[in-house]
Design a protein around this ligand. Sequence first.
Ligand code: SF4
Length: 338
Amino acid sequence: MSSQPIVFHACSQTISADTWPVDAVLALFDMPFADLMLRAQQTHRQHFDPTEVELATLLSIKTGGCPEDCGYCPQAARYDTGVTAQKILPLDTVLQAARAAQAEGATRFCMGAAWREPKDRDLDNVEDMVREVKALGMETCVTLGMLAEHQAQRLKDAGLDYYNHNLDTAPEFYENIISTRDYQDRLDTLGRVRGAGIKVCSGGIVGMGETRLQRAGLIAQLANMSPYPESVPINHLVQVPGTPLYGQEALDPLEFVRTIAVARITMPKARVRLSAGRRQLGDAVQAMCFMAGANSIFYGDKLLTTGNPEVEEDRALLARLGLKARNAHSDARCEVIQ
Ligand code: SF4
């Protein structure tokens, strides 16, 4: 990142590009929409081909029965959401899904397990999955909850490319959403992932009742990591009956677009991913998100347990927008974040 000061025309505020105080991030959110979109576009085009979108497919390798209490999550055992706890999937099933995702054009395969943290014996299975999926020529990502240092190292040794662990929201709003682990636990896991040399995928969820200031707080937390995450999934809350956040007042879709734009500006070389909640956004809002600098989507019929636009719908939308799938080896310039 350049350390040249940047002058924001709209707010006449001068800040350094390599740290992002919350009020500076908030000033981005507060910009006139057209100015914010222009700035996000300019940033995006400096670092990426704006016509390319990364396709990542997510598979739940161990669904439900989670002891945590994340207020948005249908996999928490304590909420009555109709999700039944399952055992970890067999390797063959995972490989079949990975091959199918690859045939559909996905370059990254993400595997999620509903654990507070994995037991060491769980990792034996996950290591095999990582090795075998990687052998197909796909990038690998797993999300398994909190990790100990030796577990991060085991995953690195198995060849894992990315570890997903979201911050979810701003520190000030966090206790409204989760009580069974604290913010520092999340930061500690991300530190261990980085320490093991695994790339970081970390983002959050918007539309959970947080304020704009708290959305800015989330983005500032992510952007001020040193280095910031290589992948930043921005989720729109999917309201699932039975979870505490069901019935939450819906977020203005333009505020979601603003969040994408601010993530792009503050983390210029990251893959900013449209993740959960795309179905509610509709085509026009998704198109605005791509213009705001989103350049990755979760692709496939289902996210962990909630719906996702059908593959054919996604293909049609990308074609209508003149966007193409990222080739697995086409953006080495974006892989190293300094
Ligand atoms: S988000 Fe993850 S940790 Fe939280 S309840 Fe759901 S599966 Fe468990």
